[in-house]
Ligand binder design. Sequence first.
Ligand code: BV8
Ligand code: ZN
Length: 249
Amino acid sequence: MNGATMAFPSELISYLRKAQRAAALTGAGVSQESGLRTFRDAQVGLWAQYRPEDLATPEAFARDPKLVWDWYAMRREKVKTVEPNPGHYALAEMARRIPDFTLITQNVDGLHRRAGSPQVIELHGNLAQVRCSVCGQFVERWDDNGVDVPRCAACGGLLRPHVVWFGEALPRAALEAAVEAARTCDVFFSIGTSGLVQPAASLAVAAHNRGALLVEINAEPTPLTERCDYSFRGRSGEVLPALVRAVWG
Ligand code: BV8
Ligand code: ZN
């Protein structure tokens, strides 16, 4: 299905025109059209031999901090070279159209903010931020001599990316805000996510159980698909702009 010729059910269009409160959960699929690999995509180059879920763990960092630091340094550099895509901009537009719109993302690339989304709940942190793995102090600048993992000037601890690794708790305030949005919204969008990672994936179910309309936009079916009121199979960079055009002109 491509966005240009998409037709949306009229009852969905009228529902969205009246919606007062909406929440959207985005995953790596939304950034895929900006040129960022999803977690499902195979990695390339010298990272091809590693699975993201094996690198994004405290155990991997403890075992080989340099490998994990370099993987994030590579991703930080890559994010600097990409731009938000029409899917990001369509979500920023939705926030201007729906009175109470909460954008929740699993992505750590910061592209929603760059696309102008007013406030973004970053459930899994942000690649661009670095903190000390010991004292937790955030660090703006560090010298990476390419040999050792940079250390904290205050306590000498190893620096690490400010992202949530598997097995680590999500930031409490972010998770609480996301749960509150899921509980109170009229419509919940699940976009570009395989719906496999918890607790993010449970937000859509919580919203649906509270009576929200559940709308999925994803390139392939997910464990959420059969629960959805609407599930659009397609690229978020095409479907989202088409939906915004159909609802708000
Ligand atoms: C926690 C930051 C507890 C790092 C990430 C067994 C059962 C259930 C749960 C668990 C379990 N074993 C372990 C767990 C818990 C675990 C978990 O869920 N594991 C899964 C894998 C089973 N969760 C955790 O560990 C979480 N923490 O539970 O802590 C705790 C509590 C208290 C105290 C201490 C501990 C932490 C999870 C967060 C991990 N960090 N990211 C980094 O980025 O490096 S997760 C990371 O992977 C991403 O952030 C994202 O969330 C996830 C990848 O998922 P997606 O974004 O959905 O991407 P994916 O590639 O999967 O899918 C993309 C989709 O897009 C696809 O469906 C594709 O078809 C579609 N698509 C592609 N292109 C497009 C598209 N769609 C539209 N348009 C396109 N163009
Ligand atoms: Zn420190």
